[in-house]
Design a protein around this ligand. Structure first.
Ligand code: FDA
Length: 501
């Protein structure tokens, strides 16, 4: 059978993909989005809550896994992960030797599982990581545009001071200030008015019911409610789910041919589909887009792809840690799953750190403060193509994470000293105090200006684009989705103006 044709195809439905599809749709270009995960928000099961919470995970929690794999793996060294049934669930932890990468699966990508922290990087740092991008234009135009379209909102500082659900953040703030460290509120795409009504008992609870990494049933403005809704609203965009793109090749007419694996909800392959397109946008995320390009180059399908494909990857310097509090410093049994405060020492000349004050929503008092530190780590890793498994392998070594730990340790040693507190060593399966064997923030693999031109056009192949976190060179200094969104907006404006007739 001849391949079915769509004028434009977007792979993935995360931030970069959603921006691309929306702008293509608005320009009147029929566009097909292909997503390997499922649709979550319009369930026909009669269950109005598609997602499970963190305390009672079921098969919906994780992508094709037999056990949950929580970032905090243990408590008092007891394994807190649970056995679950294999299913196309919403959170995936992709293992690559010394590094594993958390990603969202389903329509909305990472927006389904993330902590909703919507932070634009410091302008000087953005200019440092992407010197060839006009920072003036980004901060004047595309960051504000992304923030508006994503539905970014700010916590009411008076409510923050009284909310039971943010006691944990106020305790950490006091400790940070005692150590002379500055804190800052973080903007969010979780609706803070909704959260206030949750606390008042007026609406069903989500952030206040331990929902985050396995999805939020309420309150969060995930992409299905923002960019993807707008894309579908143009009438020109359709989304096919449980469609995993496996191969890209060149068609005789200069377009692209895709081989797509069709999955059922237990992850079994139930068929394949061939698609053809003239314009191809890769928005499968840092891991997904990089793997597709690397496979295409190494199998010879797109043999002229540049050397830079697979290079420049970093985990955004992620380090997770916990501190043990004094008995009088209760953090509260009720904790909002959405962080609202960060400790900002990014300007520290030796150890730049931006640490989010993270919740530990267990429903009981834990006397525990948790942090996800973002550090400035110059180490980068490469992907290589493994022919035997037909997959991309990330070659990050544990020792490359040491600079991140050194920076996090410098900040939190200071905090512990000032408060006479200690680290927890029971949270990560063994006795380590700093966990950096995983990242929430995979970045790079098809870096802007190296694997692509300055607008995401892949070198050597016309009408082939990268539009997601693969473009960023391993670090943004803050949580990355606002940067990914704003950069995609900027690139799409140029591509639509120049590449379509
Ligand atoms: P993204 O990963 O969002 O989307 C890629 C999509 O492509 C996925 O839906 C995937 O299933 C699909 N896909 C992949 N390969 C495919 C293939 N071959 N065929 C078809 N589909 C394919 N950031 C932030 O700014 N603030 C925060 O608070 C947090 N918190 C956070 C918590 C957790 C638990 C995680 C996992 C992540 C975060 N993040 C975050 C990170 C943020 O979610 C992440 O940076 C973005 O989602 C990345 O956006 P992309 O567009 O690059 O891809």
């Amino acid at each position: 059978a001849p391949a079915e044709h769509s004028p434009a195809v977007v792979i993935g439905t995360g931030y970069g993909a959603a921006v691309a599809a929306r702008r293509l749709g608005e320009a009147g270009i029929p566009t097909l989005m292909l997503e390997m995960g499922r649709q979550w928000t319009e369930l026909e099961t009669g269950d109005s809550n598609p997602f499970c919470d963190m305390l009672r995970p079921d098969k919906r929690a994780m992508w094709l896994a037999e056990r949950t794999e929580m970032p905090l793996a243990s408590f008092l060294w007891f394994d807190i992960n649970r056995k679950i049934d294999r299913y196309t669930g919403v959170l995936d932890r992709v293992h690559h030797g010394d590094m594993s990468v958390y990603v969202g699966r389903g329509v909305g990508g990472g927006s389904l599982v993330n902590g909703a922290m919507a932070v634009a990087p410091k302008r000087e740092y953005f200019a440092e990581i992407l010197p060839s991008v006009d920072a003036g234009e980004m901060y004047r135009k595309y960051f504000p545009l992304a923030e508006t379209e994503l539905g970014v909102n700010h916590i009411d500082p008076d409510w923050f001071e009284t909310s039971r659900a943010y006691r944990y953040a106020r305790v950490s703030r006091a400790h940070a200030h005692k150590a002379g460290l500055a804190t800052t509120f973080v903007p969010s795409v979780y609706d803070f008015d909704y959260m206030r009504r949750e606390e008042n008992g007026e609406v069903p609870r989500s952030a206040l019911a331990g929902e985050v990494i396995y999805g939020n049933n309420h309150g969060k403005r995930s992409l299905d409610q923002t960019y993807l809704a707008a894309a579908l609203g143009t009438g020109n965009v359709t989304i096919s789910t449980l469609h995993e793109v496996r191969a890209i090749e060149r068609a005789a007419d200069g377009g692209y041919l895709l081989t797509v694996r069709l999955l059922d909800e237990s992850g079994e392959t139930i068929g394949t589909r061939q698609l053809s397109t003239r314009y191809l946008f890769l928005g499968a995320g840092s891991l997904g887009s990089t793997e597709l390009l690397l496979r295409a180059r190494e199998t010879g399908a797109l043999a002229e792809l540049p050397e830079a494909i697979g290079k420049g990857w970093g985990p955004n310097g992620n380090v997770m840690l916990g501190r043990a509090n004094h008995v009088w410093d209760t953090t509260g049994a009720l904790q909002s799953g959405m962080p609202a405060l960060g400790i900002d020492a990014w300007d520290d000349p030796r150890h730049p750190v931006f640490a989010e004050i993270a919740p530990a929503p267990a429903g009981v008092e834990l006397w525990l403060s948790v942090y996800l530190a973002i550090t400035k780590n110059p180490e980068r890793a490469e992907f290589s193509y493994d022919r035997s498994t037909d997959s991309a392998r990330l070659n990050w070594r544990a020792d490359q994470g040491e600079p991140s730990i050194a920076s996090a340790k410098a900040m939190f040693d200071k905090l512990n000293r000032a408060n006479k507190t200690i680290y927890r060593s029971d949270l990560f399966g063994d006795t380590r105090r700093f966990e950096n064997r995983f990242t929430y923030h995979p970045l790079g693999g098809a870096v802007l200006g190296e694997a692509t031109d300055l607008y995401g056009r892949v070198h050597g192949y016309p009408r082939l684009y990268v539009t997601d976190g693969a473009l960023l060179p391993g670090s943004t200094g803050v949580n990355p989705f606002v940067t990914i969104t704003a950069l995609a907006e900027r690139n799409m404006a140029r591509v639509l103006a120049e590449d379509f007739d």
